[in-house]
Design a protein around this ligand. Structure first.
Ligand SMILES: Cc1ncc(COP(=O)(O)O)c(C=O)c1O
Length: 434
């Protein structure tokens, strides 16, 4: 199949049709997706597949069911996909790590949600404090979105100021996101937006009115771009100077180093937010930091701030998180990171061989972002996504790859071989694309 039309500046007209005909996607479950959207608007599948356009909805007839091999998904008819999304970075331990499953099972035997504190949450709090130097006290919640929402509320409460410096393309969950269009779901704080890694522009926005600066040490949803140490240090100094609280959103980035990217860069925030894999797989969020800030959450504080939630210490997450913390080691993180480096190097050197920059792999360690440029970038992105699916590789449609501790060299070879075949289709046959 030729993907690109060498006369027009875009994929061949038939490509869209070819893509729709990828058998693994369309053959099965034609009724399943309509069942989903009957009760769930858009279903969760668009999120899973990174599909947002109405035109793409035809491709959603896919149901994922985990197989025993931890890095594979299987759809209802038995077609297999290599999982390179890892539940958008949360499935750091695969989908069925036996130690995590056993811990959840054991917790279940003790009783589901007992209406009071349990030992596992103390153990999980300790393991988090051990990993992240900036966290002296920590509170749990059920998602990274909640963690960031609470961290900002806490910062404005403690500093008695309102303005929050965040960054263009920052993503801090469903309630705090700054892509090109203002989102009606973003909570109505007095946000001012700096530019990621742009010290001079950001400097022009600083003032004593700022309560908090919130930043991802590597922007994830905004393109998998790593912050420079100089930028993070600049934010650290700015926060100190203006008596604002520096918040690192390490919901994703903490997986890249045993001490988080704060430990890697040796730049420490006042508050850190966490989520995803730290809870071992079930819903999880946490925020923590300086004693004097976190103590405002204590009801005995002179001016306490309320943080409640029925499931904040749900027994499954607490138990899974404790088991997960015992599995995670520097060595395992480093292995996943080096596999990620291999993916990045493989993609970038293939693009160099074809003498093109239309596709570029970015990111750090186990988090890889695939960026597309040029006039046909959206089509190129879609074609890559569906092409990879047709070869049994599931990556995020926006060009997102997240590896986990169960990935091995052979999985990376499968991913790269599929990518090379795609590159040959597109760049080997269309001289104009170069
Ligand atoms: C950097 C970052 N912060 C926060 C969140 C939100 O976490 P959750 O989806 O658990 O609400 C995400 C989710 O992808 C994220 O990437």
């Amino acid at each position: 199949m030729k993907l690109m039309d060498s006369h027009k500046n875009e994929p061949r007209a038939e490509v869209v049709q070819d893509v729709k005909n990828y058998p693994a996607l369309v053959r099965h479950g034609a009724g399943v997706f309509s069942e989903f959207i009957g009760s769930i608007p858009g279903s969760v599948a668009p999120l899973m597949l990174g599909i947002w356009n109405a035109d793409d909805l035809d491709h959603n007839d896919v149901i994922f069911e985990p197989e025993t091999d931890e890095v594979k998904y299987i759809i209802s008819d038995g077609a297999e996909y290599l999982d390179c999304v890892s539940e958008y970075s949360a499935a750091m331990f695969g989908h069925s790590n036996p130690k995590i499953l056993a811990a959840i099972q054991e917790a279940m035997n003790r009783g589901i949600n007992l209406g009071g504190p349990g030992n596992d949450e103390v153990a999980l709090a300790h393991s988090i404090k051990d990993r992240f130097r900036s966290i002296a006290k920590v509170r749990f919640c059920n998602s990274g979105s909640e963690a960031n929402t609470m961290a900002l509320a806490l910062a404005t409460h403690v500093t008695k100021k309102k303005k929050i410096l965040a960054f263009e393309n920052g993503y801090h969950g469903g309630f705090i996101q700054f892509d090109s269009n203002p989102s009606p779901t973003t909570i109505p704080h007095d946000f001012v937006l700096g530019r990621f890694n742009d010290i001079e522009y950001t400097r022009s926005l600083l003032s004593d009115e700022i309560a908090a600066i919130i930043v991802e040490p590597m922007q994830g949803a905004g393109g998998v771009s790593v912050a420079t140490k100089a930028f993070l240090q600049f934010l650290r100094d700015a926060a100190t100077k203006h008596k604002a609280l520096l918040i690192f959103d390490e919901v994703v980035t903490s997986r890249l180093h045993i001490n988080g990217l704060q430990g890697y860069f040796e730049v420490y925030p006042d508050l850190t937010t966490l989520g995803k894999y730290i809870g071992g797989g079930p819903s999880f969020g946490a925020f923590g930091g300086l004693v004097e800030v976190m103590e405002a959450l204590d009801p005995k504080h002179s001016s306490p701030i309320h943080h409640s939630g029925t499931y904040n210490n749900n027994v499954f997450t607490m138990a899974a998180g404790v088991a997960a913390a015992k599995i995670l080691t520097k060595e395992k993180i480093s292995k996943a990171n080096s596999l990620g480096d291999k993916v990045r190097d493989g993609i970038n050197s293939a693009m160099k061989d074809y003498n093109t920059q239309l596709i570029e792999a970015s990111g750090m360690g186990s988090m890889v972002g695939v960026r597309f440029s040029g006039p046909a970038q959206a089509r190129l992105r879609d074609c890559l996504f569906f092409y990879m699916l047709s070869r049994g590789v599931y990556m995020g449609k926006r060009g997102f790859v997240s590896l986990n501790l169960t990935h091995e060299e052979k999985h990376i070879d499968q991913l790269l071989d599929s990518f090379y075949a795609f590159a040959q289709e597109v760049f080997g046959n269309c001289k104009w694309m170069k």
